[in-house]
Design a protein around this ligand. Structure first.
Ligand code: ZN
Length: 143
């Protein structure tokens, strides 16, 4: 299977980048602002990143999170990184999920969000954004 994160199209979804990493808007966001930080080259797990790269990834993640909170108005955030099939990763190209969190998320216990998101992900209700919607969001995040 071709890696979707190594596909040329990933560039159109990229709104922030560093030398070796990019921040990409999720094509089917589970919450508004749901984005992914990933290495530009194909890397299966964080074990394949050196110390400098791990630092660069965290710095870009921090910068991306600040930007998302500013643009989407979040009050907090969650970071999620799944590695390996057994951990729930579905794309074998390491990536860290950023979820801006807002009081209006509507979870009675904010920690429930992860389980609720899994329900949405598995259900048929999960809607992908159109190319136009994605282009508009990427533009908003770049400006
Ligand atoms: Zn890849």
């Amino acid at each position: 299977m071709a890696c979707p994160f190594c596909d040329e199209k990933i560039k159109d979804l990229t709104f922030l980048e560093s030398k070796n990493f990019r921040s990409v808007y999720n094509i089917s966001p589970l919450l508004e602002g749901h984005s992914l930080i990933m290495p530009k080259r194909h890397v299966e797990t964080t074990f394949d990143l050196n110390g400098e790269e791990l630092k660069e990834m965290l710095e870009l993640t921090n910068k991306t999170t600040k930007l998302l909170l500013k643009k989407f108005g979040g009050d907090g955030f969650d970071w999620v990184l799944m590695s390996g099939d057994v951990a729930g990763s579905r794309i074998p190209h390491t990536h860290l999920h950023v979820f801006p969190r807002m009081k209006s998320d509507g979870f009675s216990d904010p920690r429930e969000f992860f389980f609720k998101l899994l329900e949405v992900e598995k259900s048929k209700d999960r809607k992908g954004l159109t190319s136009k919607q994605l282009a508009d969001i990427v533009l908003k995040l770049k400006s």
